[in-house]
Ligand binder design. Sequence first.
Ligand SMILES: *[C@@H]1O[C@H](CO)[C@@H](O)[C@H](O)[C@H]1NC(C)=O
Ligand SMILES: *[C@@H]1O[C@H](CO)[C@@H](O)[C@H](O)[C@H]1NC(C)=O
Ligand SMILES: *[C@@H]1O[C@H](CO)[C@@H](O)[C@H](O)[C@H]1NC(C)=O
Ligand SMILES: *[C@@H]1O[C@H](CO)[C@@H](O)[C@H](O)[C@H]1NC(C)=O
Length: 374
Amino acid sequence: MDFDDTWHPATHPSGAVLPSLLALAEALPRKPSGLELLLAFNVGIEVQGRLLRFSREAHNIPERFHPPSVVGVMGSAAASAKLLSLSALQCSHALAVAASSAGAPLANTATQTKPLHIGNATRRGLEAAQLVQLGLKGNPAILDMDYGFGIYYKDYNPSAMPDCADGGFDWALEKQDVAFKRIPAHLGMHWVADAALAARAKIEAVRSFESSEIRKITLRVPPSKYINCPLPTSQHQARHSFQFNACSALLDNNLTVDSFNNTQINRKDLKELLSKVKMETPEDNKPNFEKMYGAVELETNDGQRYAARCNTFYGHWRKPLRQEDLIQKFKSNASTVLTSEGVDGIVDVIENIENEKDCASLFSYLKMENQQKV
Ligand SMILES: *[C@@H]1O[C@H](CO)[C@@H](O)[C@H](O)[C@H]1NC(C)=O
Ligand SMILES: *[C@@H]1O[C@H](CO)[C@@H](O)[C@H](O)[C@H]1NC(C)=O
Ligand SMILES: *[C@@H]1O[C@H](CO)[C@@H](O)[C@H](O)[C@H]1NC(C)=O
Ligand SMILES: *[C@@H]1O[C@H](CO)[C@@H](O)[C@H](O)[C@H]1NC(C)=O
């Protein structure tokens, strides 16, 4: 659904880690404490952040590999190894085994296969840790070698981690928070959607908005092949189309889960708006989630221009979602599969996870299935 959190350098950090940990915690004879679960989760996130910092290429919106398939599988292996209490040497082997399951091509984004990448990553990472627990070995120096983990980047340049004992260790996660999406689409869409809403509001400040009155729509976005899709025909393409997200926001004055359904994608007035879009990629708009912006300029039939630019959307790490909006996002999705007791119970447990004696209560809430689920 492309609704998962996004980090910088770019990856979706949680999706590859949380499913492994939940599966493992559920299967372990002794249920881990909330703190153990949280620590393993953070290790899985941290490993991904560290690896992404070993390449300049990784700082930009990716061009070759889909990042969850590269660092996600490593994060899943690290988190699983932590929860299984593997030794330091076994952890190196788990990462080595996981590295042999890494790497899916970016060309499969905007198709149904993209979500499969992260599912595969979480599964293969967990499997790597379990195989090592059974005695499997890989090359424990895999992270230090050009023809090891280095094959996934053109400019891989690893550095040693500071020694915890010297007090030199700090968490990447503390320096750089993650972004939470408000729209179920590629993160880059949020900038252009907010700029489109602001441009529409400028029209509405002086006259009513009529899409037939729009003569030309100019989008100024960073260059990136896989999110440039002038006429999407599937929900997956729509989630990766600057043009679609700008036009839907203009037409409906909003973007929601439903905006990406087939009825909405195939609307005639939407297609008309799409045909008026011109996309530009200015020099100063970098394909990088820390630096990029989205700008929209509307020209009406009478020659008036209304322009707006978004540098930081609501949900970006510089402008984080308020806790109540994050919880609302969780609830509106989870309530389609769980009872309200289950949904509220999960929110309570997670808000207090570090104090939970064991995570059995989490699993009891996760099992409260809504019988009316679709
Ligand atoms: C899933 O992982 C396996 C093993 O790493 C790999 O061969 C396969 O290509 C991956 N499939 C997808 C869809 O990512
Ligand atoms: C946009 O949609 C969301 C989700 O359905 C809704 O909560 C919000 O009120 C809507 N905003 C506007 C301006 O209609
Ligand atoms: C798509 O969303 C619109 C707007 O919420 C809704 O009216 C329509 O029934 C939905 N169509 C499908 C196929 O889900
Ligand atoms: C909730 O998430 C699932 C899985 O991504 C998706 O299929 C479903 O449409 C979502 N429902 C809502 C209401 O967001």
